[in-house]
Write a protein that binds this ligand. Sequence first.
Ligand code: PLP
Ligand code: COI
Length: 369
Amino acid sequence: MSKTKISNPQSLKFARVPHPSPLAADKRAALLKNPGFGRVFTDHMVTVRYHESQGWHDARIEPRAPIPMDPAAAVLHYAQEIFEGLKAYRTADGGATLFRPEQNARRFQQSAERLAMPELPESVFLEACDLLVSTDREWIPDGDGSLYLRPFMFANEIFLGVKPSSDYLFMVIASSVGAYFKTDAPAVSVWVSPDYTRAAPGGTGAAKCGGNYAASLLAQAEATKHGCDQVVFLDAVDRRWVEELGGMNIFFVFDDGSMVTPPLGGTILPGITRSSLLTLAKDKGIAVREERYSIQQWKADAVSGRLREAFACGTAAVVTPIGTVRAPDGEFTIGNGGSGARTEELKSVLVGIQRGRTADPHGWIHRVF
Ligand code: PLP
Ligand code: COI
């Protein structure tokens, strides 16, 4: 917790233990041809330890390997765990960049606070990400791919009492990725979960903690059973306001050119893609409202044609059009069921900045090397 008396170093010296036998270049190239999402991992990982008596210490980058754990480690019992997701991109001049990584570092601190965990200094988070990207630079795919970084932290105290752990491990691993959705369809379909909610007021919805995803899995499995790519959650109180998808935020585009996205209020994840798109839309003079939008209105507007487009957004999903919405009482289609001009326009501006193809007016790009 931030209340800790231990001095929190703003930087740590990382010990470097190079992999003695990194994967051969031809084998790596074969994996990078079609990596999918989250299955191909690089040679190294970062670990930093925390103990309440020592603060953050023992920072290292070392060969990626299984981590020994005691079966009584607190995370295995009470799920005190948080994580982040951000991507490194290859630049035309052979360098590498990250997109707004300080935002991930800050959200990580906010998640830590909610889960009663110690705050990791922003500078340590950033250095850990930079170090892994530069060490495993050969793993950044060309073309549309990227290197997905997964910083995470978990409770490592060997104790079965229910209390904040005294001991934590922060790690970063990296995965070469392509598109998140496997579908070739021009847009994804979503299932409106009738029975399950993701987060309640006062809960952990705004934190990026593993438990939120564990709680979403049954609803996501139900979506898959109904032939849908993702689950969309309604609010836990009135069961009518659209909140977000299992792993991404949502935007709506109307016939007058305006846009709506559900407001942050503690129950949805404050997405960095969402916040970037809000800024980019405003730059373009688009009227964009952070406003509650009900499932009934969504259906009525899709049927009347007032709603022209809807899209999901997030680090993994980037900007993905939503074509079909399915619920137990029937389904409806948005626009022509494919993508729309506004979705494509915002996606191309965002991706252009992320990949260094267009100007970066807000200073969002962080050069790694
Ligand atoms: N909402 C949820 C539940 C997510 O898991 C994610 C992905 O990280 C997002 C929204 C989008 O957040 P970001 O744009 O920061 O990746
Ligand atoms: C991300 O976009 O980084 C996420 O964590 C979402 C998950 C669906 C992979």
